[in-house]
Each structure stands twice: as structure tokens, then as C-alpha cells.
Design a protein around this ligand. Structure first.
Ligand code: UD1
Length: 373
């Protein structure tokens, strides 16, 4: 085997895992099918260890069929500076030793930005999958990660038209921006049959189309006591109208405990530990409504056309509002927004172009084409 191209692929936190899985699987099948003649793509996976719990990391590797990482940096939690710096310190020697043709980073977490910076300074080519998303809200740590990552990336692979326009406005040459579609939807389509067999609904005695699925973990919602109290009160109200399933992120769990907010749940309010990928997809497809502040869920609900309320003043994924089933809301407007949504159809919106399950193939084709230049 002659390796044509060596990729160092980085994953760090939960929302990264469903973005690297399609790339790894696509490389595996296309190497087997000799898609690139005698040449092969070699891919080495680095897990930074930003997320490390079984429920935040291992379960996703198992469910998505991701092989064990070739390297785990084990950085764990910390302040933004500590976490970012630790990833950089540990990634630098690996990047030098592995000497890849490309470092491929996905999404917008601290690990994404840290590895992109290291690679760029070592003179390695950087490809960013999910480039160009902008909330234009710098209070959101991910927005800073997105802007920095995109500014050092050599190849910017975008999920939607708006993302490419944002990058052009920032002066990035058009030739380096490629619209490939939404990589996460590749994972979703690949796992849909399995997700539909999830026993989660039955275990919680839920009827399809008759419950709300809630995920909340953004610092802007959960790190402030008044805001988190108000949200929990709203969830109690909502649970009088329909069962509410709320798997609690470790950050949110910690804040509930710090603020002494009771989180025992009752009748209609199911407070769970974080759930795996298949259960989450199943709940997203079958819910009557979703309430979230996650970027991923805004997109997955758009794919299923499940009505979604995003508890944020803005989104970096505007296509989920213009085409998809997503609407922005606030704690103050939540009750009336839920009313409006329940009066409407059970499926709304359309699936954006190129959210079709073939984004990994398009991504690899661009990587090969750019390497030949
Ligand atoms: C990170 C990402 C965010 C993403 C989210 C998804 C950044 C800036 N933020 O936020 O974009 O939406 O992941 O989950 O990169 N913890 C555990 N177990 C773990 C990981 C974390 O208990 O496996 C706890 C720790 O107490 C930690 C806290 O969760 O302090 C927050 O983790 P961190 O990685 O700092 O940020 P997230 O809020 O998870």
C-alpha cells in the first residue's frame, strides 16, 4: 500500500464524535474499494480527552463504531485557558512526530481551535469541517473558537451557503471555501435504523409525538442562578402539559448542585444522566417538540422536521431557522412559543440542500484535490 495522503483527525468533545465517525468510515470503505487506485488515505485519530466520561465519550465511540483513538491526550476539564493550553502543549509533539499532510479539525470546541493553531504554526495544512458558522456573538466561547480556527485553516469545508458567505466577508478567498454539506447528517443517516430500535421511549412509557425532549448546557443559560432557576420552573410547567425528557449535561448537573436547585424530577419531568447518540436521535425524531441550546440538536431536529425551540438570542446555524424547524425563544416567551408550536403541524420546515449523507465523500474529494495542488 502506498499512502497518498496522511490525515491527523482531531476529536475532543461530545459534539465532535458524530462528525469524525463519517470521515473514518468513508476512508475505510473507499480504501477497501480502491476508490483512489493503488493509493490509500491513512487516518490517525487523536482524542484530546476534553470529554472523558463514559457517558460523554466512550458510549459515542461504541455506538458510532469509531475505532479506539490512536492517541489520547487526556487533557480533561479546566478553565478555557487551561484546557486550550493543555491541548496545545500535548498536541504539538504529536503533530511533529506524525507529520501529516493535513490536520483535520471539526466543529467549534476548545480542542478544535487549539489543534488548528498548533498545526498551522508547525506549517501543517489545516482543514476545518463545519467552517464558516457565525452567531456574531462573542460572548459565546465557541464563536471565538470558530473565528480563530477559520482564520488559520487552509481548506474551509462548509455545511451551508450562509457559512461560505460569512467566510468571504472575512476576506477568505473563495477558492479555499468548499460547500460540502452537513457531516453530522451522514452519521445520523447511517445510524437511523439502529436509533429507531432504541428502547428509551418504552422504558419511559412515552408515546411518539406526545413528549418534549430538552437539552440545556450553554454557560449563558446554566451558569447563572436566576436563569437556571427560571428554566427549571418553566420545565416544571411544561411537564404538566406533556412528559418532558431532560438528560442533564455534567455542567448543568454541577450548576444545579452549586445553586441548591432541586433536580429530583417528578411525574412528568424525567431528569436523566446524559444519554447516548442512538437514544438521542430516537427522542429527536419522535418528540412533539424539542427545547435546546445545543447546535447539534438544532440541526438534527431540522433533519427530522421536528419543531424545535432554541433557548438562545441567536444561532450560528441560521439555515435551521430559514429552512428548518427551529425557532429562537427566551425564558420569558417560552410558554407562548410552546403554545404556538403545539397549534402547528407536527412536522415543519425542509431539509437544507446537501444534508444528504454524502458529506464525508465530498470532504475527502476536496482534500485529495487540494493536496494535488
Ligand atoms: C463543551 C464545548 C461546547 C459543547 C459541549 C458539548 C467548548 C468551549 N465547549 O462544553 O461547545 O457544546 O462541550 O457537551 O469547547 N465534564 C464531565 N465529564 C466530561 C466532560 C466534562 O463531568 O466528560 C464536566 C466538567 O465538570 C467540566 C464541565 O463538564 O468542567 C464542562 O466541560 P467543558 O469541556 O469545559 O465544556 P462543556 O460545557 O462540556
Amino acid at each position: 500500500m502506498t499512502a497518498k495522503l496522511k490525515l491527523l483527525l482531531v476529536a475532543g468533545a461530545r459534539p465532535n464524535f458524530m462528525k469524525v465517525a463519517p470521515l473514518i468510515n468513508c476512508i475505510k470503505t473507499q480504501n477497501l474499494e480502491h476508490k483512489w487506485g493503488g493509493d490509500q488515505i491513512e487516518c490517525r485519530l487523536v482524542h484530546t480527552g476534553q470529554h472523558y466520561d463514559q457517558k460523554m465519550s466512550d458510549i459515542f465511540f461504541a455506538e458510532l463504531g469509531i475505532p479506539a483513538p490512536d492517541m489520547n491526550l487526556g487533557v480533561g476539564s479546566g478553565s478555557h485557558a487551561v484546557q486550550t493550553a493543555n491541548v496545545m502543549i500535548k498536541f504539538e509533539p504529536i503533530c511533529e512526530k506524525e507529520d501529516p499532510d493535513w490536520v483535520v479539525v471539526v466543529g467549534d470546541v476548545n480542542s478544535t481551535m487549539a489543534c488548528a493553531l498548533v498545526a498551522s504554526k508547525l506549517g501543517k495544512k489545516v482543514a476545518h469541517v463545519e467552517a464558516g458558522l457565525r452567531s456574531y456573538d462573542r460572548t459565546m466561547p465557541e464563536e471565538i473558537n470558530r473565528v480563530v480556527t477559520d482564520s488559520v485553516a487552509d481548506l474551509l469545508l462548509t455545511p451551508s451557503e450562509d457559512a461560505g458567505l460569512n467566510l468571504q466577508k472575512e476576506g477568505i478567498p473563495k477558492a479555499r471555501i468548499k460547500l460540502v454539506g452537513n457531516i453530522m447528517i451522514d452519521a445520523l443517516i447511517a445510524k437511523l435504523d439502529q436509533a429507531r430500535r432504541s428502547p428509551r421511549l418504552k422504558k419511559l412509557s412515552l408515546q411518539p409525538g406526545r413528549f418534549a425532549y430538552v437539552t440545556l448546557h450553554r454557560p449563558s443559560n446554566v451558569d447563572n442562578e436566576a436563569s437556571l432557576r427560571a428554566i427549571m420552573a418553566q420545565l416544571k410547567c411544561l411537564s404538566c402539559r406533556m412528559p418532558v425528557v431532560f438528560p442533564i449535561h455534567p455542567r448543568t448537573r454541577q450548576r444545579l448542585s452549586d445553586f441548591g436547585i432541586g433536580a429530583s424530577g417528578d411525574n412528568g419531568l424525567h431528569l436523566l444522566d446524559p444519554i447516548g447518540y442512538l437514544d438521542s436521535l430516537c427522542l429527536t425524531e419522535k418528540a412533539r417538540l424539542i427545547l435546546t441550546d445545543s447546535g447539534g440538536l438544532q440541526e438534527e431536529s431540522t433533519f427530522f422536521r421536528t419543531p424545535c425551540l432554541t433557548l438562545r438570542p441567536n444561532t450560528e446555524r441560521p439555515v435551521t431557522l430559514t429552512l428548518g424547524s427551529n425557532r429562537l425563544t427566551s425564558v420569558e416567551r417560552l410558554t407562548s412559543d410552546v403554545d404556538k408550536l403545539l397549534e402547528g403541524a407536527e412536522r415543519i420546515g425542509q431539509v437544507p440542500p446537501l444534508w444528504d449523507g454524502h458529506t464525508a465523500e465530498r470532504t475527502l474529494e476536496h482534500l485529495l484535490a487540494f493536496s494535488a495542488k
